[in-house]
Design a protein around this ligand. Structure first.
Ligand SMILES: Nc1ncnc2c1ncn2[C@@H]1O[C@H](COP(=O)(O)OP(=O)(O)OP(=O)(O)O)[C@@H](O)[C@H]1O
Ligand SMILES: [Mg+2]
Length: 370
């Protein structure tokens, strides 16, 4: 297979999925490619007790109960709605689940204010309609309709951003499980095959989930994904993503453990500060998610590869952190400045390893942005 900038999970983990399918003896709902237990194992990784010859690494980090509830929902009649702050891994979990269940995670509709009913039902190939008239051949099924026809998982990203017309169309798909095509006189209903289901994601910072109509809400099971605050899991997520980045760029580099600690600690500090802030002006605009943390480390790694002496320095990390988190000037800069003075400086004085360099790098970055 030729290289892709970013292969979908079913391609990237094809070996693993083949292997799991070959050893899977559990009962499978509908046309699922793996049993629910194997889907869970693919997402959360194997343990010794699973008795597999091959170790399956963990890919999504979070509470196992969320994964189990998601899998159960997908085997039921309802859609699955993953809700949470930006960067909590909702889309990634949706991709992994679809890849494991039906080896297709790419039937995706992106919800925006401009998403129309056509995007979730069907549209027409205009030149073919002119040449041959309206028929099944001149119809262009949406990814959701394709998922219905194939009995697989369709994905709907950022559900809450779409308008209520689109949401209404989704209600009928989820309850009737068919789409009719009134333009055609025969063969004008597309029925969902067994195995069809929908995974939607919604960002809790967007227009709220409360804006969804109650009819639509009833057709989804909600799974709320919290921001990971457990430092150990967070370290694992960051390490997992960073290794991938390094492989993709063919960079050989060791991320020093103290540097990773500093990154995790600084996010933990800033989250604590945000939690005790009394107004939005005292809070960074960023949700301080794990994804943001990964972004900070990625930028620092690339910066030191391209412009530095290759070794990853804590000063570079600090300036990447300031650069990504200071979105609003002057509010965010003031918050970061306060953090450096109030928390990092005393820590550096007590000679916490690496914090002195972090302080210097952070100060310089703030000075250059102010
Ligand atoms: N719990 C997690 N386990 C594994 N990877 C994670 C986790 N949380 C975040 N990530 C990583 O962070 C990146 C962003 O995650 P993702 O795009 O899935 O977030 P999201 O919740 O869909 O955010 P948004 O609401 O902004 O769409 C991904 O590369 C993902 O691998
Ligand atoms: Mg997403």
């Amino acid at each position: 297979m030729s290289e892709m900038l970013r292969a979908p999970a079913e391609v990237k983990y094809a070996d693993e999925l083949d292997y799991l399918e070959s050893v899977d003896t559990g009962p499978k709902p509908f046309s699922w490619r793996l049993s629910p237990r194997m889907v869970r194992l693919f997402v959360l990784g194997s343990e010794r007790a699973d008795g597999l010859e091959r170790e399956i690494p963990q890919k999504w980090f979070g509470d196992r109960s969320f994964v189990e509830r998601s899998i159960v929902t997908l085997a039921s009649d309802r859609g699955l709605l993953l809700i949470g702050d930006p960067g909590t891994g909702k889309s990634w979990l949706a991709e992994l689940l679809s890849a494991a269940i039906c080896r297709n995670s790419t039937l995706v509709v992106q919800g925006t204010a401009g998403t129309t009913e056509d995007h979730i039902k069907y549209s027409w190939n205009v030149s073919m309609v002119i040449a041959k008239g309206q028929s099944r051949e001149s119809m262009i099924p949406s990814p959701i309709m394709t998922a219905m026809e194939q009995g697989v998982v369709g994905r709907f990203e950022e559900l809450t951003r779409s308008t209520s017309d689109v949401q209404d169309a989704l209600i009928s798909i989820l309850s009737e499980k068919y789409v009719s095509i009134p333009e055609l006189s025969d063969d004008n209903i597309v029925f969902a095959q067994p195995g069809f289901s929908i995974i939607a994601t919604a960002n809790s910072r967007d227009r709220g989930v409360n804006d969804l109509s109650s009819a639509l809400k009833r057709r989804f099971n909600f799974v709320r994904i919290p921001v990971v605050t457990n430092k150990r899991s967070e370290a694992e997520i960051v390490r997992f993503r960073t290794e991938e980045l390094l492989r993709r760029h063919r960079i050989e580099l060791d991320v020093p453990p103290t540097l990773l600690d500093i990154l995790l600690q600084s996010f933990a500090d800033l989250r604590a500060a945000a939690a005790s802030a009394t107004s939005d002006d005292e809070k960074l605009e960023s949700a301080l998610s794990t994804a943001e943390q990964i972004g900070v480390l990625e930028d620092a790694i690339l910066h030191s590869q391209f412009f530095g002496d290759r070794a990853l320095r804590v000063e570079t990390l600090a300036s990447s952190l300031v650069g990504s988190l200071a979105r609003r000037s002057p509010e965010d800069l003031a918050i970061l400045n306060k953090y450096l003075h109030g928390v990092v400086e005393p820590r550096a004085k007590k000679n916490g390893e690496g914090w002195g360099g972090f302080l210097d790098g952070g100060r310089q970055a703030i000075a250059s942005l102010s």
